[in-house]
Design a protein around this ligand. Structure first.
Ligand code: ASP
Ligand code: MG
Length: 419
């Protein structure tokens, strides 16, 4: 008998018909003799709808009340799945995040799990019940306030539970068959991967792949939780995520996939004094505005004026606060101006052993050039090459790279997995 954690995404429980289907699958797992802990996301687009309601009431909802509102979505779906399970004659019990002992930092909207007290979950498992836990939420011990873990946070709830309960596996049920070499909606011949390492999955998620939330992959990697991504609509085998690494050979780097991200905005600080200090000041201000930051580039000045430029990406919803914060410090830092651009996209080629294969970077650039895509910023590491381009060309860039690096399934052949 195994202990299995199952997570169902919003589209898998978008209406009561789907909820009954999911309940049947959960009960079948239980009747096969396993202990089952389930985490369900809010139904369909509930979270977006709740955000919309908040927006109708005020332009600036307080983070605490926003969390009170958003966490209700997962309470609804988990209670309904529990009822559907009970209707099938199996014992079930649903918990909110706080009842289930999910303790987090105080940061509303982006809290991190700091501790798990699984006492109540264990008690219910011991009495033979299927336990349902509302995803994406927890409670801060000090304030007693309810928090959320950031968008897509139910993945993290499931993986944290699997780690705390020492579950045999964490199954993530979604509306695609698993992890692909690229977004199949953009690249029709994208190939399903049978296996992917934590490291590569983490990089794909960080570069914009939506199939697993980034923090959940980090959590799984840190705690060694085996993750199985699969469809809630069929019984295909899906993708295993584990510590086993992809192995590049001397002749061939191991390229796993192409990710894309359109959620960023580019900020350029111009006329920045060239010398030690100003870049640090800019980044300190960006950090103070509580924004993430990516793809930062700066070169020394070539002009006679001793001034330079600094460009970087921030999440689009941080753009205005970051620009406002920088303007406040303009005189002190001594830069001339700021420009901002939301119409950018980022495409990333992810794999292992890329830096030791300089030909990969050249081929990456040649491929984008042939597709007519101008590279505005490029950065490379051992496990990825990322380029910033026009948002309107992102799809072309993804398809060109996916094709040029031979990642696709041959046309007309059933999607086959690579080992
Ligand atoms: N319902 C939340 C969201 O849409 C959390 C999740 O689905 O994982 O982001
Ligand atoms: Mg969701």
């Amino acid at each position: 008998m195994a202990l299995i954690v199952q997570k169902y995404g919003g589209s898998s429980v978008r209406d009561t018909e789907r909820i009954k289907k999911v309940a049947e699958h959960i009960v079948a797992t239980r009747r096969a003799g396993h202990d089952v802990v389930v985490v369900v996301s809010a139904m369909g687009d509930t979270t977006d709808e709740l955000l919309g309601l908040a927006g109708e009431v005020t332009g600036a909802p307080t983070p605490r009340e926003l969390d009170m509102l958003l966490t209700s979505g997962e309470r609804v779906s988990n209670a309904l799945v529990a009822m559907a399970i009970q209707a099938l004659g199996a014992p079930a019990c649903s918990f909110s995040g706080s009842q289930a002992g999910v303790f987090t930092t105080a940061a509303h909207g982006r809290a991190r799990i700091v501790d798990m007290d699984t006492t109540r979950v264990r008690q219910q498992l011991d009495r033979g019940a299927i336990v349902l836990i509302a995803g994406f939420q927890g409670v801060n011990r000090e304030s007693g306030d309810i928090t959320t873990l950031g968008r897509g946070g139910s993945d993290t709830t499931a993986i944290a539970l699997a780690a705390a309960l020492k579950a045999d596996t964490c199954e993530i049920y979604t509306d695609v068959d698993g992890v692909y070499t690229a977004d199949p909606r953009i690249v029709p011949n994208a190939r399903l991967l049978e296996h992917i390492s934590y490291e590569t999955m983490q990089e794909l998620a960080a570069c914009g792949a939506k199939v697993l939330a980034l923090r959940s992959v980090e959590y799984a990697r840190r705690h060694g939780v085996p993750v199985h991504v699969r469809s809630s609509y069929n019984t295909r085998p899906g993708t295993m995520v584990s510590a086993a690494r992809e192995v590049p050979t001397a002749e061939r780097p191991s390229i796993t996939g192409v990710a894309h991200d359109q959620s960023g905005a580019k900020i350029t600080v111009t006329g920045l004094p060239d010398g030690p200090g100003p870049a640090a000041q800019v980044f300190r201000v960006v950090t103070g505005a509580e924004s993430e930051l990516d793809m930062a580039v700066r070169d020394t000045s070539h002009g006679a004026d001793g001034r330079t430029e600094l460009s970087f990406l921030v999440p689009a919803d941080s753009r205005l606060p970051v620009v406002a914060a920088l303007r406040e410090h303009q005189e002190e830092i001594g830069f001339a101006d700021i420009s901002q651009d939301e119409r950018i996209g980022k495409v990333s080629l992810v794999g292992t052993g890329m830096r030791s294969q300089p030909g990969v970077i050249a081929a990456f650039c040649e491929t984008l050039a042939a597709a007519g895509v101008n590279i505005e910023i490029i950065s490379t590491s051992e496990i990825r090459i990322s380029a910033v381009c026009r948002a309107a060309q992102l799809g072309d860039a993804v398809r060109a790279l996916h094709g040029a690096f031979g990642l696709g399934a041959p046309e007309g052949v059933a999607v086959a997995a690579r080992t």
